[in-house]
Design a protein around this ligand. Sequence first.
Ligand SMILES: Cc1ncc(COP(=O)(O)O)c(C=O)c1O
Length: 433
Amino acid sequence: MINPTERKRSESLFERANKHIPGGVNSPVRAFKSVGGTPIFFKKAEGAYLFDEDENRYIDFINSWGPMILGHGFPEVVSAIQKQAETAMSFGAPTELEIELAETICEMTGIDMVRMVNSGTEACMSAIRLARGYTGRNKVIKFEGCYHGHADSFLIKAGSGVSTLGLPNSPGVTSGTAQDTLTAPFNNLAAVEKLIEENPGEIAAIITEPVAGNMGCIPPLEGYMEGLRALCDEHGIVFIMDEVMTGFRLAPGGAQERLGVKADLVCYGKVIGGGMPVGAFGGKREIFDHIAPNGPVYQAGTLSGNPLAVVSGLTTLNYLKDHPETYAQIDHMTERIETGMRELLDKHGFEYRINRLGSMISIHFCDTDVVDFNSAMEGNNDKFKQFFHGMLNEGVYLPPSAFETWFISMTIGESELEHTLYAADRVLQEMKK
Ligand SMILES: Cc1ncc(COP(=O)(O)O)c(C=O)c1O
């Protein structure tokens, strides 16, 4: 069944969840706060489809926020996990599998060294600690609207001016931590230069999403990444690319390959675990010489390199390495979604911007270009909410926030494309009323 009408079981599960799980969810964006309504509880996923607790079927454009690039239940990944579960679930000791994964990651991305962790948050948090330990400096620059996980140093918003010291935007983050995080608007090199000038010899790292995905999809403007690279070289700053979303999605070598700009440290997550809770950070050998046990910068993890997670990631990456045509396929499908959506939005007379790079895409209901957090905020959230719920009722599961990127898997085929555009046509028609 495609047009879901009943979600009674999801509603009652949400009520039950709220009794013992804060907000009923284990990660806030799942709670549908920015679009309203009750989150959907799922029980099964297959290829391009999700099945909820009320037996409704949805085409999945979230794909677990990126990891399921091969689609759900990809047979080789499932059987690798099953086989590994029968062999050993965890040692907390070295395995050959970890070496294979590290070799594969380094071969695909061109980095020298990689350390496995358990989430994107851990990867980013560890990368800035390493950058600080390596440079002996304290401050980091991040960009407004870029998300690098929920470690204290990243939960900072800018003040009114670009050079204003960061203020924590979550209670619990101390002002001491916040003052070491400086923020600038994405795609604004002049603002970064000013911060560096105002804090001479104090900046350890610049961390950025190479293609922002947490304020909708915002590709870097021409020359922006190259400019950041040059500034880092000039001032001895560690350039960190947070490729948690873009890694192994935009190209086998991620955004570094796609944009032709190399970072000193890179953070990975999502695709690298093929659906298991995994992250990694890697980069130059010279910097990694400073991490424990070889160097003094401490970083560790009981379950890091867990065999189940490693085989899931390894099998996913090996597939992508052996089938590079997958990238052209998902890019092409996403391009067709973009073209189809543009035709429909024009036909129904909406103001919009669509941003896309490869298989990352987002639609903004606004009439100005979306290049940074402020311009992303210009979007009409009421229209997005209507669009989101309309699509949901047509059996299309989009991210429940105007500030999230859609992630396309390789299982989106002709019929899913056709249904998505047919649904969008109906929803946009209804929204005009
Ligand atoms: C770019 C980026 N970095 C880091 C993270 C944090 O990853 P995790 O949720 O696995 O901790 C995310 C999560 O969405 C992300 O999009």
